[in-house]
Design a binder for this molecule. Structure first.
Ligand code: ATP
Ligand code: MG
Length: 474
């Protein structure tokens, strides 16, 4: 064990209070796991702190809550033998040191009290097993039984014990290994990687909620493709996102090839990660081409086609979200819309960019029109510099046009300039299909540029349409 002191890491009232409380209870305590790892990697302010007590974590939490001004009440999770308090937006988790043994059918271990060493052994990775002592006799000493420090330096994800047993015991760790490799840009130790591949089927016992938590974290990383290509190479991907697996491969008929849409997708996700932190837009990038597998066809004259893949892809989203327990709310609708519209700016930019086409684009994308442009720009993965330049330039023109048109016509948050009620009053109508028809005619005229998006012009058009339909004024 290293004898290095890490006083700086624990030089805050939180840790001195925990230390004091533990002393009063005559038990030893340590800060362990993510907090220590992220401190050593200088990864910024922690969101959570994990404390191990050699004894009752719950009792320690109770006393700390009493002593620490401004801390929340203690939440106790009796079944897990853990307790949590919140302090300045940080969750502090307390657990008694434990020894774990597993049964094959579940990721719930049999738990006994144990020593710090026992507790470090049950941790998933060497870099997550690092602990710093909060005891007065050696306050600040780093306890690193598995050379986690060395692995931090080598940028290596490695399990403290036999990787095959570690992953089989709790298959969520396979997702965590890949997630940490992605977040930290670390390598997974070859034996670990092999063990993940060997145990991939075990992922089936993990709930989709837990899997999606990790997927979110992978997607939120600076270079999400690291994670997805690991999910692919270990064989986990088919259990999680089979829709993406279907995109892999290049087919050739009569000398014509299409691009590999799986690797293309990963490039798109990395591109978009450079321009947005919106994880739902990143989801849209990940899923934007899933309709290409079911729509792929070869035509002797025009070669490979994926007609309607945006529509088919957007229709696949609901089932995918439901299966993965992703939210079936406006977030899903947003992803569906992005996928459905993912080719629109491209089609538009290939032609002369008319005002009415831009108005329609803004109308349909609404407040998400910028996100849609960001997606389309990320979709440019051609390695041909000439094409690359042309596409970028086309999108620049579309963006400028969007700004121009929006400033003039205010389509983004389109509200019909004439309400249904006003139409009803004007022609003395009860709710009826005529009202919808007049509203639609006004909207169409605005989008086509036949009338400006203004009340007076819309009012005149309403009167004209009413007359044509044989309606009488009130
Ligand atoms: P982050 O908070 O950034 O997700 P973390 O390492 O703190 O990373 P937590 O889920 O907060 O992850 O878990 C805290 C600690 O608990 C980990 O550092 C690790 O030591 C241990 N741990 C968490 N999940 C597992 C697991 N499935 N198997 C073994 N140990 C685990
Ligand atoms: Mg944590």
């Amino acid at each position: 064990m290293t004898k290095r002191q890490h006083l700086e890491a624990i030089n805050t009232p939180v840790f001195s209070t925990i230390s004091e409380a533990a002393k009063e209870l005559s038990l030893d305590s340590y800060v362990i796991g993510g907090f220590v790892r992220d401190y050593l990697l200088q990864r910024g302010t922690p969101k959570d702190i994990d404390i191990v007590a050699i004894g009752s974590g719950i009792e320690l939490a109770k006393l700390v809550a009493k002593k620490l001004p401004g801390s929340s009440e203690v939440s106790i999770f009796k079944n897990f033998g853990t307790a949590m308090i919140k302090f300045q937006d940080i969750e502090i988790e307390f657990v008694g040191a434990r020894k774990e043994s597993y049964h094959r059918e579940s990721r719930k271990p049999v738990v006994e009290n144990g020593s710090l060493q026992d507790d470090q052994k049950r941790r998933d990775f060497t870099i997550n097993a690092l602990a710093i002592s909060l005891n007065s006799k050696d306050f600040g000493q780093l306890l690193d039984p598995f050379d986690g420090i060395g692995d931090l330096k080598r940028q290596l994800i490695r399990t403290p014990l036999d990787p095959s047993i570690t992953y089989s015991d709790d298959p969520l760790r396979m997702m965590r290994a890949i997630r940490f490799a992605t977040q930290l840009n670390f390598i997974i130790h070859p034996e670990s990687l092999q063990a993940i591949a060997d145990n991939k089927v075990r992922i089936k016992i993990i709930s989709n909620e837990r899997i999606v938590d990790e997927l979110h974290k992978i997607l939120a990383s600076p270079k999400p493709s690291i994670g997805f290509s690991l999910l692919h190479s270990t064989g986990l991907l088919p259990f999680i996102l089979p829709e993406l697996v279907g995109l892999e491969g290049i087919e050739e008929i009569e000398g014509q090839r299409h691009k590999d849409n799986f690797w293309h997708t990963l490039e798109v996700v990395d591109n978009i990660a450079e321009h947005t932190d919106n994880v739902w837009l990143r989801w849209a990038a990940l899923l934007h081409d899933i309709g290409k597998a079911p729509t792929k066809k070869f035509d002797k004259k025009i070669g490979w086609t994926f007609h309607g893949h945006e529509f088919v892809g957007s229709k696949m989203i609901y089932k995918l979200f439901k299966r993965l327990r992703l939210p079936l709310n406006e977030k899903m609708k947003y992803v569906q819309k992005m996928v459905l519209m993912s080719s629109r700016p491209i089609v538009l930019s290939e032609d002369f960019v008319t005002d009415s086409a831009v108005r329609r684009l803004i109308f349909e994308a609404g407040e998400h029109v910028e996100d849609l442009m960001t997606l389309c720009e990320a979709d440019i993965t051609t390695k041909n510099p000439k094409k690359q330049k042309r596409y970028r330039n086309n999108f620049k023109i579309v963006r400028q046009k969007i700004e121009e048109v929006e400033e003039r016509d205010h389509i983004r948050n389109f509200q019909p300039p004439i309400s249904g009620e006003e139409i009803m009053k004007t022609f003395n109508l009860r709710p009826s299909k005529e009202i919808g028809m007049i509203k639609e005619a006004i909207k169409e005229a605005i989008l086509e540029g036949e009338i400006p998006n203004e009340y007076n012009a819309a009012y005149s058009l309403m009167l004209q349409k009413g007359k044509e339909m044989g309606l009488h004024l009130n």
